[in-house]
Ligand binder design. Structure first.
Ligand SMILES: [Zn+2]
Length: 325
């Protein structure tokens, strides 16, 4: 019932939908609570029960019911529910249903929820967004930036490309889930979970400001196809402009002095995680009245290592070599 209800609800929605409405208006009447799944005589019959449970589980997951979702993101899921509606579930469909049933059992979406909060903290911090706007101005010399950082959205994607960290979209930035997992695995094995999460936040901060800078730059130039590597400053008398080759990197350097490889840094015996984590805490939490108290990152003191990789694709952030095409 829940699966069928979800399919018809989704079909009645246009671009985006509020999961909370589905939960409160529809689901509550069908199967509002998590149901146990008993083993049936065949795998096929048992897997068929997964359909309703997946939908009910989504409703008990904060990430889903607290957010507005794109209808298109649920297209494949909806298709799977329709294909299996009559109870004929093949091997491939059983695999997909099983995976979806377990999604709610992982921490993945709680993790996402933390990231959503972190993202909000960054985009609503005047001191940080002002700094990004300054970078954009230094490149474009355009004063009247028509960009409201608070409207910026974050999206998560799963392309199976472990080195594709993220890229800039239209009023949104994209973060790769596979790359997050890859990044976490790259961290020093001597690190405890808490420390790994601190490095993760530092890297996410780096990625978010990097991609945000691209979004703001394109918006300012009113050109989604603008390429900052080849972008020439209008102010050619300013010799500093000659160094600019990539807006996102420039933005990273503005906060951290250098473009840092956070995963690699954890392997450096000199790396001082406490110093770096403190810096980020100060940046996010200190009062932001005046420019003079903008915390300065001492790269040498941090023991961080630089990321020397070349950038091939505009506004796309990746680790080492990646074959995109
Ligand atoms: Zn970039």
């Amino acid at each position: 019932m829940a699966a069928r209800g979800f399919v018809s609800f989704l079909k009645s929605q246009t671009d985006s939908f509020d999961f909370k409405i589905f939960k409160n208006d529809y689901l509550i009447q069908i199967s509002p609570i998590k149901m146990p799944i008993s083993y049936k005589t065949s795998i096929n019959e048992t897997a068929y029960l997964f359909r309703d449970s997946i939908v009910t589980n989504l409703a008990s997951n904060k990430f889903f019911y607290n957010n507005i979702h794109e209808v298109s993101s649920f297209r494949y899921f909806c298709q799977l529910l329709e294909e299996t509606d009559q109870g004929n579930v093949n091997e491939n469909q059983i695999g997909r249903l099983t995976l979806l049933l377990h999604v709610k059992n992982t921490n993945e979406f709680d993790f996402k929820n933390d990231l959503l909060n972190f993202f909000y903290q960054i985009k609503s911090n005047d001191r940080i967004t002002k700094r990004i706007a300054e970078i954009v101005f230094s490149i474009t010399q355009v004063h009247d930036v028509q960009f409201d950082f608070i409207d910026l959205k974050i999206n998560f994607f799963k392309f199976g490309l472990i080195r594709l960290n993220g890229f800039a979209g239209l009023d949104s930035i994209y973060i790769g889930i596979d790359a997050i997992k890859y990044f976490m695995n790259m961290l020093s094995e001597d690190y405890e979970n808490k420390q790994k999460l601190e490095v993760f936040r530092l890297n996410m901060f780096r990625l978010i400001i990097h991609e945000t800078c691209h979004v703001a730059l394109r918006k300012t130039l009113n050109n989604f196809n603008a390429s900052s590597p080849s972008f020439q400053s209008k102010n050619e008398t300013d010799s500093k402009q000659a160094d600019i080759f990539e807006a996102g990197v420039l933005c990273e350097k503005s906060f951290f002095s250098e473009r840092i490889d956070w995963a690699l840094s954890t392997k450096n015996p000199e790396f001082d995680l406490n110093y770096c984590a403190d810096f980020l805490t100060k940046l996010l939490n200190e009062p932001t009245e005046s420019d003079s108290d903008f915390p300065k990152f001492d790269f040498k003191r941090s023991g961080c290592l630089k990321n020397p990789d070349k950038l091939i694709y505009m506004a796309i952030d990746f680790s080492s070599e990646i074959d995109m095409l």
